[in-house]
Design a protein around this ligand. Structure first.
Ligand code: ADP
Ligand code: MG
Length: 485
């Protein structure tokens, strides 16, 4: 304990069987900076241990030669009973070896009993300061360990041969069985270690994790090692992807509807003039035929524009109660007529009427667009399946636009065993004018319109496609909770 004068007053416990020597210790401190320290005397080891239970002591001075035990045994018994108590052992001059052993085993220091006057105070002070310092270090290490262990970010120290020397629980959870190997592979590949990289890990439990990984070189046991920190960004990435996708669709939608409006005016002018030419008595028959061809092309243009404009004016769609079974029965004939010669159509109806609030022509348009795409992707004679059903989703489920909430849904499912789509195509199919078909065959508007219509209905699209195996599109539309029977 330091006081204002800079002198150190400590609470000392002296375990020593010789009363004369005990008195002497008090004398020796007189005139030193330790003067004024309190000295409690215990004449045996067991009494000393009892004193320790009654009060706190800054330091114990322990004579190794006591009636009940001698040498190292004294220290061992003391240390077993009070392992955290700072202690300096007092030895006889010829006990040098034992003194060293005691220090190795945990004593702060030793003093030769017959020659300690000059160094007693200094030894006491050093022993106490050293033990306080090591306590502070231990406490700090414990704090750091708690921080590491509680951190949501994974932290790993990995040697240059790939050995993991340290991993906090978050890292252990993320890495899974082969994670450390993958990290080492990345470290060896990296040209610039400082740049963060995104890596996917496959934990032993739970789904795959996308992590932002930062690697820094650090010394560990005097050898170069790598400190790797890993932040789970799975959720962040998904939210960003969803946001980007919906912003993109919104922007494209605005752009497209702007163009559609202007284009509509141009078409009206073209069609007016062509009409005029077709009816004019001043032009010959050949010109009239040309004018009629122009009108035909304008007509096709009008269809496209009409669909696009309908998307850009959601207030125009009139929703009514629609039973998807009934809607499908009506559409089936139309579709069958179009694909009958080349493909087989198989329709599975829902057991019960499947009623949603919807604009029937718009939904028809969705089904037709999806079926036409399925047909185009499927070799001749292949089968296309349309399925209607009601379904209760109890968990959120991943859809094109993001996670769809749980609830009661009506579902239209269109399934083909055609070409399927590679990921880079699937990522773009909802963009207007995106097509993989040859010029003249595709407009790239079908899926854009499907997306727009499903959006207008507050519904969700799920797309599952494997190249070479086929594609399934599912349209989910919110349905009233069914009444209890
Ligand atoms: P289009 O049919 O005019 O090409 P869409 O917007 O209808 O335009 O479709 C865009 C693209 O999406 C298609 O060109 C095709 O590459 C892909 N696609 C859509 N549906 C399927 C499907 N069922 N199987 C394979 N590819 C498909
Ligand atoms: Mg299409």
């Amino acid at each position: 304990m330091s006081d204002q004068t800079g002198e150190d007053r400590y609470r000392l416990l002296l375990i020593e069987d010789n009363p004369a020597h005990a008195r002497l210790v008090g004398e020796m401190l007189r005139g030193t900076p330790c003067e004024g320290s309190s000295i409690t005397h215990a004449a045996s080891l067991s009494k000393g241990l009892e004193e320790l239970k009654l009060a706190d002591f800054d330091l114990v001075l322990l004579d190794l030669g006591l009636p009940e035990s001698r040498g190292m045994e004294t220290f061992t018994r003391f240390y077993t009973a009070a392992p955290t108590q700072p202690v300096v052992v007092l030895t006889s001059l010829d006990d040098g070896q034992i003194a060293l052993e005691a220090v190795k085993a945990g004593a702060e220091d030793f003093l030769p009993k017959d020659n300690m006057a000059g160094s007693l105070c200094r030894t006491i002070r050093h022993a106490i300061e050293r033990s306080r310092l090591s306590n502070r270090l231990m406490e700090r290490e414990q704090q750091l360990r708690t921080i590491f262990n509680r951190s949501l970010d994974g932290m790993v120290v990995i040697g240059s041969l790939g050995k993991v020397h340290f991993a906090n629980p978050a890292a252990t959870r993320m890495l899974g069985a082969d994670g450390a190997g993958r990290l080492m592979f990345q470290i060896r590949q990296a040209t610039n270690l400082e740049a963060p990289i995104n890596l996917t890990f496959d934990p032993d439990e739970g789904p795959k994790i996308l992590a932002e990984v930062r690697i820094t070189g650090i010394p560990w046991d005097n050898k170069p090692h790598y400190l790797v920190s890993m932040r789970d960004i799975t959720l962040r990435q998904r939210i960003e992807d969803n946001l980007r996708q919906s912003q993109k669709m919104e922007m494209i939608g605005t752009l497209t509807s702007g163009i559609a409006h202007d284009f509509n005016n141009i078409l009206t002018a073209v069609s007016g003039l062509a009409q005029f030419m077709a009816n004019s008595s001043k032009v010959d028959e050949e010109f009239k035929q040309d004018a009629l061809s122009i009108l035909g092309a304008v007509d096709r243009g009008n269809y496209m524009i009409r669909d696009l404009l309908r998307l850009s004016r959601p207030q125009d769609i009139q929703k009514v109660e629609v039973d998807l079974n009934a809607l499908m029965r009506k559409t089936e004939g139309l579709i069958a007529a179009t694909i009958r010669k080349t493909h087989q159509l198989h329709v599975v109806y829902a057991q019960q009427p499947c009623v949603v609030q919807a604009a029937p022509e718009s939904l028809e348009q969705v089904v037709i667009n999806l079926v036409m795409n399925a047909r185009d992707a499927t070799p001749q004679q292949g089968q296309l399946t349309i399925e209607i059903d009601s379904i209760l989703k109890t968990e959120p489920f991943p859809a094109v636009k993001g996670d769809a909430p749980p609830g009661y849904y009506a579902r239209i499912r269109i399934c083909d065993k055609g070409t399927g789509m590679p990921p880079e195509v699937r990522d773009r199919i909802f963009e207007p004018f995106f097509t993989t078909k040859e010029p003249g065959k595709g407009t790239g508007l079908g899926m854009f319109i499907v997306y727009g219509i499903v959006e207008q209905h507050g519904g969700w699209i799920v797309c599952d496609s494997t190249p070479g195996e086929g594609t399934t599109f599912e349209i989910y539309l919110k349905r009233e909770e069914p009444e209890a029977p």
